[in-house]
Design a protein around this ligand. Structure first.
Ligand code: ATP
Ligand code: MG
Length: 139
């Protein structure tokens, strides 16, 4: 299954640092079409559910605290080969290891406060998009 969509979030660090505009520009200039977008704040239970796969990891509680520390921008994005191309655009989880010019290399603060999320599979893109957006909120 190739859905040509990915789900992204601009995380609280990047919102606080006023990078929303720059990050959206980099996404759209790379060929991603915005199909849904909202500024919102995650509750603790939403953040725990969103990162449920990481619940046994040592960084889980800190990650939930970070993801609920301020607003995020949730995005549904469309492009051919969306999952892989978007992960290339954002760069490695750890910004110190991210390729030059990637969103995380330019805008992230740390391995935790790493500016953006990108779905890791077509299945998760659908699950994550449904988590944030109703049918009426999409174009
Ligand atoms: P995301 O799922 O947010 O797109 P990712 O797929 O690159 O990021 P994951 O392994 O899924 O990375 O980790 C989810 C998030 O957990 C990371 O984006 C980061 O915010 C945080 N994280 C991952 N590894 C660490 C770590 N070693 N220490 C602290 N935080 C971490
Ligand atoms: Mg991930």
């Amino acid at each position: 299954m190739n859905t040509n969509i990915t789900f992204s979030m601009i995380k609280p660090d990047a919102v606080r640092n006023n990078y929303i505009g720059k990050i959206l520009t980099q996404m759209t200039e790379a060929g991603f079409m915005i199909k849904a977008m909202k500024l919102t704040e995650l509750t603790v239970s939403q953040a725990r559910a969103f990162y449920e796969v990481h619940k046994e990891r040592p960084f889980y509680n800190d990650l939930v605290e970070f993801m609920t520390s301020g607003p995020v921008v949730a995005l549904l994005l469309e492009k051919d080969n969306a999952i892989e191309d978007f992960r290339t655009l954002i760069g490695s989880t750890d910004p110190s290891k991210a390729d030059k010019g990637t969103i995380r290399e330019k805008y992230a603060e740390s391995i935790q406060n790493n500016a953006v999320h990108g779905s890791d599979s077509d299945e998760n893109a659908v699950i994550e998009s449904d988590f944030f957006f109703s049918r009426l909120e999409r174009v």
